[in-house]
Design a protein around this ligand. Structure first.
Ligand SMILES: [Fe+2]
Length: 180
């Protein structure tokens, strides 16, 4: 189950409906896919072959095409991160810098866990969204955020893009952000 932690107050928000309401108020899309649709040999498998990645895309083909039709995504792929990812430490360091994109960043977690840290509106400050299998999130364009892994350091997610070549991270210097 997804959970939110508001960094300034340590307030926690849990339960899919509460999480969805909070995120929707922040213009962050939150939806659910059925995590149990993934064949058992692909669940908690973080070293996927290209064939297995394609199998994940076909398992969730209907969900992907539904999102694409609603939100104009043109291409999609599967990304996996784990301790067997070469240069994981370096990658995580790079990910953990606050940045923005000119298109939204949508991720459907199909296995493992991850955290998006997002800057809220007004005085809210940054909040952590802890995601697990079945959670779908879209960080809006031009919104300060970064992504990191949780203690288990393992995730498989479907990414969708409007334009892959235009999808660049723009670093943001934000004095109000304190690294945890
Ligand atoms: Fe990003």
């Amino acid at each position: 189950m997804a959970e939110i932690v508001i960094r300034n107050t340590n307030e926690k928000i849990s339960g899919d409906d509460n999480v969805r309401d909070f995120l929707n108020n922040q213009n962050v899309l939150f939806e659910k896919w059925d995590a149990s649709k993934l064949p058992s040999e692909l669940q908690n498998n973080f070293q996927l072959t290209d064939d297995q990645k394609n199998e994940i895309l076909s398992v969730y083909d209907e969900e992907i095409r539904d999102l694409a039709a609603r939100r104009s995504y043109q291409i999609w792929d599967v990304i996996t991160l784990s301790d067997s990812t070469p240069n994981l430490e370096e990658l995580l360091k790079k990910f953990e810098d606050v940045h923005t994109h000119t298109e939204d960043e949508i991720r459907a977690v199909v296995s493992g866990k991850g955290i998006f840290v997002i800057k809220g509106s007004g005085d809210l400050g940054y909040f952590d969204v802890e995601l697990e299998a079945g959670d779908v999130i879209s960080v809006p364009e031009n919104t300060n955020h970064f992504f990191t892994l949780m203690e288990n350091r393992q995730i498989v997610a479907v990414r969708l893009f409007i334009e892959k070549n235009g999808w660049v991270a723009y670093p943001v210097e934000d004095p109000s952000f304190q690294k945890a």
